[in-house]
Design a protein around this ligand. Structure first.
Ligand SMILES: NC(=O)C1=CN([C@@H]2O[C@H](COP(=O)(O)OP(=O)(O)OC[C@H]3O[C@@H](n4cnc5c(N)ncnc54)[C@H](O)[C@@H]3O)[C@@H](O)[C@H]2O)C=CC1
Ligand SMILES: O=C(O)CCC(=O)C(=O)O
Length: 416
């Protein structure tokens, strides 16, 4: 059983408690299965929680699992003295205050690959749906209208797909699009290996001017905030289509609606919005509703059974490894350490403020107890240091007590 000491006395955890896990937003049962098999107590909720409710629910919780809709602000973390780690059962981690989580000694893990294929496949479907106006034709037939027209419908073969953000999703999408005979260009702020016959555009403007379809696959950051607005839509070809399955903050929805109403753009497929409902029973309004040739989906790019099952296993495995050994490999906001457990030794994990002399102080504590350090791994970033220390003797409890008294201490935990 892991034990922990935390700087926040408002939420002490009992040394004998089993690990308590709170999984929100319908996280796949594959995660619960793995966590429960470890003896962890898992509570699963269908929807997201608002920050205030989250703060209340986090008392006594050791592991939190979320997807894209739960915002985790510093105020929630400040009340979560027992929280060991956060699992984002998705790719994006913009919903978590990562710097605050780092300062509180809480690593965040995500699943960087598991749903990428699902997004790429959905975008391929949308490209064809948009260029054949299938959504509108289908709606007409559903309402008894027979409009057999070819005007404005095209093959995708030979058309240009412009991919903004050529990462895990963008590059897979490029390969799939080429298999349909599309020409692929991309724009990325990093130098990327062009797959197949794809080519890097010299600038965002060049990509916008050349593409029949523009698709966004960038993370939500300051540099991507509203990166598609009135000026960018004006640079797109007349009749071109926009696809956004990245984040709602990347596109100015008002400007997109205007570009569609004016018929400068021929269509759009949008999966993500600046504000999204927290549960499936909440209503939803957007300016894009009821515009012609606009496909609106409820943030389902990564929502396939294959992806969700795989994400559940991947993130649960990272959380279990962290609880059992302190491994932080893959954490998005934390110094990375992965040290194998050594039989017969006693492991202590310590997160501290990255100030001079911490290791000296900790080593003095160990030496004053006449204990021997078998192995010690320290990894740091600008704010914190993360120390994994294996002792030959079982003096973990007094060592932890003494470390907790250091003014550098953020979080100290006995693993074994
Ligand atoms: N709709 C959905 O259900 C899903 C949405 N997503 C979103 O898709 C995003 C992309 O996912 P991945 O491809 O896996 O991420 P990734 O990190 O592999 O690729 C993102 C790419 O964007 C590039 N980039 C960053 N800022 C840029 C800028 N200002 N201009 C041009 N390029 C820029 C990066 O260099 C990187 O190559 C995620 O961050 C997430 O927000 C991911 C999965 C599912
Ligand atoms: O399916 C989800 O919960 C979120 C998918 C997503 O946007 C992501 O993985 O970043």
């Amino acid at each position: 059983m892991s034990t922990a000491r935390f700087p926040n006395p408002s939420a002490p955890i009992s040394l004998q408690e089993p690990i308590q896990v709170l999984l929100l937003e319908n996280i796949h049962a594959s995660a619960e299965k793995l966590l429960a098999a470890e003896g962890f107590v898992v509570e699963r909720l269908a929807g997201a929680l608002k920050p205030q409710e989250l703060a209340e629910r986090l008392r006594g919780v050791h592991l939190l699992g979320i997807r894209s809709k739960t915002t985790v602000p510093e105020e929630a973390l400040a009340h979560a003295g027992g929280l060991l780690a956060i699992g984002a059962f998705c790719i994006g981690t913009n919903q978590i205050d990562l710097p605050a989580s780092n300062r509180h000694g809480i690593p965040c893990f995500n699943a960087p690959f598991s749903n990428t294929r699902s997004v790429a496949e959905m975008v391929i479907a949308e490209i064809i749906v948009l260029t054949r106006q299938l959504f509108d034709r289908s709606r007409e037939v559903h309402t008894g209208q027979w409009r057999k027209v070819a005007t404005g419908s095209h093959e995708v073969r030979g058309k240009t797909l412009g991919i903004i953000g050529y990462g895990h999703i963008g590059s897979q999408l490029g390969v799939l699009a080429e298999s349909l005979g599309m020409r692929v260009i991309y724009y990325d702020t990093m130098t990327k290996l062009p797959l197949g016959n794809s080519r890097s555009a010299a600038s965002l403007g060049e990509l916008l001017a050349e593409s029949d379809f523009v698709t966004l696959h960038v993370p939500a950051t300051a540099s991507t905030h509203m990166m598609m607005g009135t000026a960018e839509f004006a640079q797109m070809k007349k009749g071109a289509c926009l696809i956004n399955a990245s984040r709602g903050t990347v596109v100015d929805i008002g400007a997109l609606a205007q570009a569609l109403r004016s018929k400068h753009l021929g269509g759009a497929a949008v999966d993500v919005y600046p504000e999204e409902p927290e549960t499936n029973s909440d209503g939803f309004l957007t300016e894009l509703q009821n515009l012609p040739n606009v496909v609106l989906t409820p943030h389902i790019g990564g929502s396939t059974e294959e992806a969700q099952e795989s994400i559940g296993r991947e993130v649960a495995t990272s959380l279990i490894k962290f609880v059992r050994s302190g491994a932080t490999t893959g954490a998005v906001n934390f110094p990375q350490v992965e040290a194998p457990l050594i039989p017969g030794t006693h492991r202590i994990l310590n997160v501290h403020r990255n100030i001079p002399g911490v290791l000296r102080d900790i080593n003095r504590i160990v030496s004053d107890l006449n204990a021997n350090i078998h192995a010690q791994v320290l990894s740091t970033d600008a704010n914190i240091g993360y120390l994994v220390m294996d002792l030959d003797q079982d003096v973990s409890a007094p060592v932890c007590d003494a470390i907790a008294g250091l003014n550098s201490d953020i979080k100290t935990r006995i693993v074994s």
